[in-house]
Design a protein around this ligand. Structure first.
Ligand SMILES: Cc1ncc(COP(=O)(O)O)c(C=O)c1O
Length: 439
């Protein structure tokens, strides 16, 4: 068993090197682990090996993006085929048309697509498109929901009891967030139709869009209620505002993403992660009349948009191969694995007499070390005792050869078998036993 951190001397050495040339040895806050992260050497299928040769089941999959795990043969072949022909041009290529066609076919709400290099940019362009289309400045978002690093999307991401006050409210995430940003974002509680109605009654004339992830990971991975989403569309549209779904993660929930499962068609959808086949990617798609803000054919568009590496053919080819390999059977397989793990983890909490629960849908699940109902960001906000449990759990799992997010998120991949799921569950069960013993 590769006990963390003692069995990872190679990672420790690399982190020490990294600290000299990167702040905190880190170039991505989300992958930092105290005292040091494990450094990945290679991945294959659902497994990753670190630089010390320790093997892990990867249940984070680059924060949900590697839905086929590593080195899927179709994706590798597509990339290898493209490389000798060039990796990025100052010209469009066939590959972007093909990936756009696939997305338009899978998402009934999406008539047209624009690619970006990250989910952050996909969300940013969706917000800017909503502003350009409506001529209004403000967006409404859910407290605690993560949508990437655009200033406006980051507001109220990590509100705490010290500053959260009564909603609606806007709290800065990064130090130095301009006042104007906070003024133009209204954070509301999740799944609360009346709160949304009240915000629109007060400020509807200046709201461009409501931005929502239908199952927001950082806000608890709790699915939105269908009636809430339908009411959201009604309220927003009545005020002349748009609804933006952030499906950067939730597109992995089904053939047509969360919007397909919930039976709702947002005006705009932000995408990312799985659509790039493991390469940097994002996209915004939506109704043709809204997407027309990007159209340069009649002169300067309402919303100009560029990006040196946008829609580069390596990403597009990898994304296309990966999405084609993601069949309806793949989703059925992932749903099955997810359901059995959620059930097993719930049983494990009970077995160990540990306060906790397991939430999520499809290939995603998340644990909360609390037994009270989890309904929104505030209800899942961990106190000191829960933070300690997450730390013991995360590191205990590392030591048992399972990678997860430090805050209890798990994302499964198509190469995982029932046997793999059984091994993952056993590691989770043993680690929950450790947490119970230390509580
Ligand atoms: C829901 C959601 N939206 C947007 C983003 C930003 O995507 P990226 O990291 O590709 O910029 C993320 C990233 O985790 C996300 O989870």
């Amino acid at each position: 068993m590769p006990h963390y951190p003692d069995a990872m001397p190679g990672s420790k050495t690399l982190f020490e090197r990294a600290r000299k040339v990167m702040p905190g040895g880190n170039t991505r806050t989300t992958v930092f682990v105290d005292p040091f992260p494990i450094y990945a050497a290679r991945g294959e299928g659902c497994r990753v090996w670190d630089v010390d040769g320790n093997a892990y089941y990867d249940c984070i999959n680059n924060f949900t993006s590697m839905i086929h795990g590593y080195a899927h043969p179709d994706v590798t072949a597509a990339v290898v085929e493209q490389l000798p022909f060039g990796t990025a041009f100052g010209a469009p290529t066939l590959s972007e048309v093909e990936l756009a066609e696939l997305l338009v076919e899978r998402l009934p709400s999406v008539d047209q697509v624009r690619f970006t290099n990250s989910g952050t940019e996909g969300v940013m362009m969706a917000i800017k498109a909503a502003r350009a289309f409506t001529g209004r400045p403000k967006i409404v978002k859910i407290e605690g929901a993560y949508h990437g690093s655009y200033d406006f999307a980051e507001v109220s991401l990590d509100s705490s009891p010290a500053n959260w006050g009564d909603l609606p409210r806007s709290t800065p995430y990064a130090k130095g967030t301009p006042r104007g940003v906070l003024d133009d974002v209204i954070a509301v509680p999740f799944n609360d139709t009346e709160a949304l109605r009240a915000v629109f009654a007060a400020e509807g004339d200046s709201i461009a869009a409501v931005l929502i992830d239908p199952m927001p990971n950082r806000a608890g991975l709790i699915p939105a209620r269908r009636d809430y989403l339908h009411a959201m569309a009604e309220i927003a549209h009545a005020a002349g505002a748009l609804v933006i779904f952030d499906e950067v993660i939730s597109f992995r929930l089904g053939w047509s993403g969360a919007q397909g499962l919930w039976g709702i068609e947002p005006d705009l959808t932000a995408l990312g992660k799985i659509i790039g086949g493991g390469f940097p990617v994002g996209a915004v798609g939506g109704r043709a009349d809204v997407m027309a803000v990007f159209d340069p054919t009649a002169g300067k568009p309402a919303l100009p948009h560029g990006g040196t590496f946008t829609a580069n053919p390596v990403t597009m080819r990898a994304g296309l191969a990966s999405m084609r390999a993601l069949t309806k059977d793949s989703f059925a397989h992932l749903d099955c694995l997810g359901a059995s793990l959620r059930e097993g983890v719930t049983a494990s909490f009970e077995k160990h007499g540990l306060a906790g629960q397991c939430v999520g849908l499809g290939s995603l699940f998340k644990i909360h070390f609390t037994s009270h109902p989890v309904t929104d960001y505030r209800s899942i906000y961990p106190g000191q005792a829960e933070r300690k449990k997450f730390d013991v759990f995360h590191k205990g799992l590392l030591g048992r050869g399972v990678l997860s997010a430090s805050y209890g998120l798990f994302a499964l991949s198509t190469p995982m078998t029932e046997e793999d799921a059984g091994a993952i569950l056993q590691a989770i069960d043993e680690t929950l036993g450790d947490v119970a013993a230390q509580s």
